[in-house]
Design a binder for this molecule. Structure first.
Ligand code: RUQ
Ligand code: CUA
Ligand code: CA
Length: 633
């Protein structure tokens, strides 16, 4: 009996609709869980069947049909970004970033190592927050930015080719965590929080984190140049961040205002804070030359610690985590984590706070609704509702923002609209277009950190569970369970018309420009030449590829030579990617139509070594091979 047979209305009805009865069942039963949990009433068999059918229709993208949304998922500590179709939740592509990928050769090819720069020496990464560039508060589809907590980097992906094209190591900080983009007037800046407090200089001369010389910084990156614009020294540590819809303010949560080094210490204060940055004031100071630098870095640094004109510190309950700007532009919402509340900071009042017209920074708090246990992140449907993950309660709570404000002001209103069980322990959640002014309230993805019993067992390591929830109606409905690998942390959804990828490479693409430059110096026409250039013990092999052959099927080098193979795929046909693998040399790469790619290795073993095409490109793909002949030294 297949598992699916368990999900008929009949069997579910027999199980008495108990919550436990649903736990092992798959996607579609979830819709009924939601419906019964909300309504509290037992459904008739007919209602049940209708609910299942409705959910099924909504997420079913038939063979040959396309999804409505592009999802971009962080690959977590696996280091990549994944492209997922929504609502089908089908994985469409993987974009290697902070990892090494043998299919595409990311981290192995000269082009990728050039982009990774110095940090190509790191083979690991830890992505959390993918975000797409915006113009006027709407996705412009140009770039996606992502942080690397592990090695304090920020990377940019060009969405026209879906490859990483820039990578930056943020100087003098440790662990880039929260990352968001300026929304208005356009993404001029990437805002990146460095989480950990470190001593300055961090040369082993001082380990005291309570010292004034110990701090972390809020980092602002020029999005187009992918260079540091400036850094802001802050009190405490930094967790998550977001920007407003005026282009003036950004805000970060801080859970370690104590600058403590242990768990007990980090929970000592009843309140930590949200720090708000006044971007124009910082820009003006830097323009006027009023800044310093740290260590041997030339990046302008301003001191934004308490008392500074650049920042304001707004006390919020204990160890806040998520920081999300409501899609109506009104609030920064900080999730309580250790407090059952979220704090709504009214952005319209920030001017007065910075102009010292408000004496108490808590005067900008519009409301502090109590939502449930372990609030982590908040997302929005564009209809005035917010949705917050409750990690400890394993729920998503839907609540109304205007009603929460009224309740805070003493009115008797129940701002909680629904609590939906999710499976289990959700971290981030993301509603379609929620971080733009176009939040459309259609889909919500809850990224659950635990999947427990939701999937076939895979050994001690379990997948995470990304659940798709239909939020288009009055009630949230769980419609799909999606197993994912290595904690995606966060994902975003863009309408499919907002992303416009190319189908084949353009020959003048900057992605492989340094390689084209090298070939030019060697007098090579990449589209036609098949040649070996010797330069001391460096050998550069240039060849073309066209299904199902390489332009060169044999070349000879000497033992100990450093060999660089550069291949230009002259196929013009969409989807005909070739590969190049030199057996037993650790060399592998992708060469898609009209792309030039190159890889360098040492020919350290005398003898004959086959190379072959690794992407199945033609009926005679197996025959797409060649030989490297290595003469003994
Ligand atoms: S954080 S589970 Cu890395 Cu985005 Cu909140
Ligand atoms: Cu070319 Cu397979
Ligand atoms: Ca704390």
């Amino acid at each position: 009996m297949s598992d699916k047979s368990k999900n008929t209305p009949e069997t579910l009805e027999k199980s008495g609709f108990s919550r436990r009865g649903f736990l092992g069942a798959s996607a579609l039963t979830g819709a009924a869980v939601a419906a019964t949990a909300f309504g509290g009433a037992v459904m008739s068999r007919e209602t049940w069947a209708a609910a299942v059918k409705d959910a099924q229709q909504k997420i079913h993208v038939a063979p040959g049909e396309l999804d409505d949304y592009y999802g971009f998922w962080s690959g977590g500590h696996q280091g990549e970004v994944r492209v997922v179709g929504v609502p089908s939740m089908r994985e469409l592509m993987r974009i290697p970033v902070f990892n090494v990928d043998s299919a595409t050769g990311w981290g192995l090819t000269n082009e990728s190592r050039h982009i990774m720069g110095e940090s190509a020496k790191f083979l690991n990464g830890d992505c959390h927050h993918p975000h797409i560039s915006m113009t006027d508060g709407k996705y412009d589809g140009k770039y996606l930015f992502i942080n690397d907590k592990a090695n304090s980097r920020v990377a940019r992906i060009r969405l026209d080719i879906m490859k990483c094209d820039k990578m930056l190591t943020v100087p003098n900080v440790q662990a880039i965590h929260g990352l968001r983009l300026q929304k208005v007037p356009h993404t001029k800046y990437v805002f990146a929080n460095a989480e950990f407090v470190i001593p300055h200089p961090n040369d082993g001369s001082n380990f005291d984190l309570q010292a004034e010389s110990a701090y972390t910084m809020f980092n602002v990156i020029d999005a187009e140049k992918m260079e540091m614009a400036f850094q802001v020294i802050v009190d405490g540590n930094l967790d998550n961040t977001d920007a407003d819809y005026t282009g003036k303010y950004a805000a970060s949560t801080c859970y370690n205002s104590e600058k403590a080094t242990d768990l007990g210490g980090m929970m000592r204060n009843e309140r930590d804070w949200v720090v708000v940055y006044n971007i124009p004031r910082i820009e003006a100071a830097i323009k006027a030359g009023k800044f310093s630098t740290v260590g041997d870095s030339k990046v302008p640094v301003v001191d934004g610690r308490a008392g500074s004109e650049f920042t304001r510190y707004i006390p919020v309950p204990k160890n806040p985590h998520g920081c999300n700007t409501s899609s109506d532009g009104k609030y920064f919402i900080a999730a309580g984590k250790l407090s059952p509340t979220v704090t709504m900071i009214e952005i319209a009042k920030l001017d007065d706070l910075f102009d010292d017209k408000l004496k108490d920074p808590r005067d900008v708090v519009a409301a502090e609704p109590e939502l449930g246990l372990g609030p982590l992140h908040t997302t929005f449907d564009g209809r005035g509702n917010a949705y917050t993950t409750l990690f400890i309660d394993s729920q998503v709570v839907k609540w109304n923002m205007a009603e929460a404000v009224r309740a805070y002001n003493g009115e008797k209103v129940n701002y909680i609209k629904q609590k939906l069980d999710v499976q289990y322990q959700p971290g981030h959640l993301h509603a379609s277009l929620t971080e733009t002014s176009e939040a459309d309230g259609k889909w919500l993805v809850a990224l659950c950190k635990f999947s427990k019993d939701r999937f076939l067992p895979t050994g001690p390591l379990h997948p995470e569970n990304d659940q798709l929830i239909d939020i288009s109606g009055d009630e949230m409905k769980l419609v799909h369970d999606g197993p994912t690998y290595a904690e995606p942390h966060d994902c975003i959804l863009a309408r499919r018309d907002q992303i416009k990828p190319q189908k084949i490479w353009k020959r003048d693409d900057p992605f492989f420009a340094p390689t084209v430059e090298r070939a030019k110096k060697d007098g090579i026409n990449l589209e036609t030449d098949n040649k070996v250039i010797r330069d001391g013990n460096k050998v550069r092999v240039y060849m073309t590829s066209m299904a199902p052959t390489y332009g060169m099927t044999e070349f000879t080098v000497k033992q100990g030579d450093e060999v660089t193979v550069t291949i230009t795929n002259i196929d013009q046909i969409e989807d005909v990617s070739h590969g190049f693998v030199m057996t037993n040399h650790g060399a592998s790469m992708e060469i898609s139509p009209q792309q030039t790619a190159s890889i360098t290795f040492t020919a350290d073993k005398p003898g004959l070594h086959w190379y072959y095409c690794s992407w199945f490109c033609h009926a005679l793909h197996m025959e797409m091979v060649g030989r490297m002949l290595v003469e003994p030294a």
